[in-house]
Design a binder for this molecule. Structure first.
Ligand code: GAR
Length: 201
């Protein structure tokens, strides 16, 4: 069986990318292989992680294209060039329209740092999600891995894990706990699940 070729889309620190790389090294991610890291900017530390692990990377910046359509056509061209089967959004902060998502049905997954449908959709990303959870006063939050479609954070849910909010939490403390107790566990699990489904004989 050929391994599913995975592209990981990143914008920042890339700790979720690191969790995927670690799972690949440990053999728990075995049906798929990360063959490309695509970053939305050239300062993302995730690019250093890719380099340290000999994974090819490419930077595609939205602002270098006149329209969203041209940007997404470039993303598609890169994916085709690398024969990518599965796209994993791991802290990818650039918006993808239906023109892009519809081209890869059930072939794009995303990790979101809350229990969808809470604190998700437009404007909820990164630390903002945890700020909103603390402002609301929820006692339980968590992370969700879902398929990506044209609705922001609206695709079918694959995996979820709850994480307790604790007295005195700051957005940063909560973010770290959600990553450690949920995101870095769920994302590699989902990557293996979907890679297995997409594997070609
Ligand atoms: C993660 O918490 C991820 O769930 C979140 O951004 C962070 C990226 O961290 N993604 C979103 O908010 C998407 N809406 P990382 O670069 O260290 O993986």
């Amino acid at each position: 069986m050929l391994k599913t070729k995975i592209a990981v889309f990143v914008s920042g620190g890339g700790t979720n990318l690191q969790a995927l790389i670690d799972a690949q090294k440990a053999g728990t991610l075995k049906s798929g292989e990360i063959t490309l890291v695509l970053a939305s900017n050239d300062t993302a530390y995730a690019l250093t992680r890719a380099e340290q692990n000999q994974i090819p990377s490419v930077v595609v910046k939205r602002k270098e294209f006149a329209t969203q359509l041209e940007y997404e056509e470039q993303l598609k061209a890169v994916l085709t060039e690398h024969n990518i089967d599965l796209i994993i959004l791991a802290g990818f902060m650039s918006i993808l329209s239906e023109n892009f998502t519809a081209a890869y049905p059930k072939r794009i997954i995303n990790i979101h740092p809350s229990l969808i449908p809470s604190f998700c959709g437009k404007g909820y990303y990164g630390l903002k999600v945890h700020e909103a959870a603390l402002a609301y006063g929820v006692k339980v939050t968590g992370a969700t891995v879902h398929y990506v479609n044209e609705i922001p954070d609206g695709g079918e849910i694959l995996l979820q894990k709850a994480v307790a909010v604790e007295e005195g939490d700051t957005p940063e403390i909560l973010q770290r706990r959600v990553m450690e107790q949920a995101e870095w566990i769920l994302l590699p699990q989902a990557a293996e699940m979907v890679s297995q489904q997409l594997q070609k004989g």
